[in-house]
Design a protein around this ligand. Sequence first.
Ligand SMILES: [Zn+2]
Length: 137
Amino acid sequence: MSDQPLSIMPFLKVPESGDPYLEGSKCSSCGAISLKARMACGKCGGRDTAKPQKLANKGTLHAFSIVYRAFPGIEVPFISAIADLDGGGTIKTNLIGIDPDPEKITLGMDIEVTYAIAPRKDGEGNEYMTYYIKPAA
Ligand SMILES: [Zn+2]
């Protein structure tokens, strides 16, 4: 069992000291930023041009869907959302800190990324660090 929460996704970095952050990749040829490392740049087609890039913790809401049905043990409704981060990178996660009411959620609203220990541990008792987005303060 790990002393420290494990990352729930390969692009979520949990440093031994300091705050967690999301890491995407930036193409050294054209500057395009994407969340996941690719074999070739999606924009310019460059190969081996991807360099690690720390992503912004702020952005805007791109799309959302209110989910009413989920696996047993997962509280519904929740808001599944996609956000564009400032400076590049697109993430999909849950939007928290706001009622799951379409009238209260606005596309393009400012959001920020927030990090938390996932509600459930794995079979070995390890805790996982996960990330959500919430309306920007
Ligand atoms: Zn490129």
